[in-house]
Design a protein around this ligand. Structure first.
Ligand code: V07
Length: 254
């Protein structure tokens, strides 16, 4: 980057800045702690989800600003359908709500919206809003904002295996050509680089069926901060931890 006066200066002496080199290309985030945030304030869970949505907006801007190329956000898992119907109904309105205010800004900022997960099982209104955002931003060349929505990693792998078998049976693929790369390319993230950094908020240390294949070499960053409280500073802290670790490995890892 030519601009030497970069976007972030340490506030205190002794605090390191983010290096312009080695910014993670792809950051994936499990946005946990919205319900807990609400409970702490004696508010309904949906208030936490609403606040969490505001954080999505802030973190998208920050990631774009530091030059992240792909930001994958786990918004709704296939297991989340088991939650109370009123909560699910509310969650399914969030994509529309988010996009009705934020889509113009995403277009302005050259962000491309994408989605992984089963779009077909979403309510029609949710599907329409997401598809519209994908279409309206399809030509954008900046940050890819990839929502994992009705997503489950094992089901994604099952579908990939089924497609591979179909292509083998049809003679489009020889069975000896089924490699690590083949499987990667049949996943819904086939066109994207694998995540360099995974962040999970709210103190849980599980993958919860998120990108199991794609996270094989990813650095993990866990924080106790609840997703609605997660700020640009917290994101930078995760990026700095990532940079420190990758400097230590000196490119000898994998
Ligand atoms: C959701 C807010 C963030 C915290 C996690 C749960 C609640 C943004 C979206 C979204 C999805 C697709 C899209 C645009 C926006 C979203 C759900 C939940 C289901 F194209 N936040 N957010 N979707 N939460």
């Amino acid at each position: 980057m030519a601009n030497k006066q970069w976007f972030w200066q340490p506030k205190h002496t002794g605090e390191a800045a983010i290096s312009e080199e080695n910014v993670p290309v792809h950051i994936a985030i499990i946005m946990d702690g919205n319900g807990r945030w609400a409970k702490k304030r004696a508010l309904p869970r949906i208030a936490g989800h609403n606040e969490g949505m505001k954080t999505v907006r802030k973190i998208t801007r920050s990631a774009n600003r530091i030059g992240v190329k792909v930001l994958t956000l786990y918004a709704f898992s296939t297991e989340n359908w088991k939650r109370p119907k009123l909560e699910v109904d509310f969650l399914m309105k969030l994509p529309e709500e988010f996009l009705s205010t934020f889509l113009p800004e995403l277009i302005e900022e050259n962000v491309r919206v994408e989605m992984i997960g089963d779009i077909e099982q979403l309510p029609a209104h949710t599907k329409k809003a997401v598809q519209n955002a994908i279409e309206k931003t399809a030509g954008n060349t900046g940050l890819v904002l990839n929502f994992a929505l009705n997503y489950g990693s094992r089901s994604e792998i099952v579908h990939a295996v089924q497609s591979i078998m179909k292509d083998v049976e049809a003679g489009k693929l020889a069975d000896q050509d089924v490699t690590d790369e083949t499987i990667s390319s049949y996943l819904m993230t086939g066109h994207l680089p694998e995540p360099d950094l995974l962040i999970r908020t709210s103190g849980e240390h599980r993958l919860s069926n998120f990108m199991l294949w794609q996270l094989a070499y990813t650095e993990f960053f866990f924080t106790d901060v609840l997703w609605p409280d997660f700020s640009e500073e917290h994101l930078f802290e995760a990026v700095k931890a990532f940079q420190k670790r990758s400097r230590r490995f000196g490119g000898l890892s994998q």
